[in-house]
Design a protein around this ligand. Sequence first.
Ligand code: ZN
Length: 265
Amino acid sequence: MSMGGTDNVREYYRLITELDIGDVVRELLAGKITQESRQRLQCDCPHHQSQSHRSLHVMLDKQGWYCFGCGVGGDVLQLVEFVQSGVVTAGQSGPMPDSHRQARDFLAEKAGMPPLSRYGLTQERLEQTENDRLFEIRVKDALTELARYYHHRLKENSEALTWLKEKYAISDETIDDLLIGYADNESGVIASLRSGDNGFSKRELAATGAFRPTSQDGLNPFFEKRIIFPYWSRGRVVFMIGRKTPWTSDANWEQGKYKKTPCSR
Ligand SMILES: [Zn+2]
């Protein structure tokens, strides 16, 4: 079977990560689900000693997961990899580790598809598309981190918070759950996202659409003093919409009531 085009391999990843994370968890972590609600499964993590026995949270609505003990998370493919091998492949270059391929084959079988290695791709093409997927994941992780950053700015800004609630009649629970935020960039948003061991590169930040490259090789935030509505897919933010507020600049380019980043699916 031939599957030459990059788009087809992307489609392959799309299909296997479309499997419901709740179903996969119920199979892989049967007997380790300690608390269950409509939106969330809490599980005893197989890879750290937990006193609460429920540090691994699976968000059914967002189709993502996070272990608060191990400090890792991701989508359904990364969950399978984590449960099977105790590691999560994210944002590295070079060939994918066996743990990633094993998890991919596991989901492919559940989706009724052959392993990717049987599609007759050259090794080079396979690595290329695997790396493309990792870059996409890093970009979505950057958007998710940015949503978290803007969410904190909103929570510490009572004026903006009051304005949002009056305008949209939205509950605190929803604001926290979706990480709705306020684009206040003054305390160094870019430095914050770039810092730490796992900090994001300029290229990754520019690819989110939430930052614009400048002619001086820098980056400028796309949103300024807007309410930020993140849109989630498979555990990560995939795009953001910024709603104009009374604090948004009156400049021409800020006239639009809504601004949106490009969608990275
Ligand atoms: Zn854990």
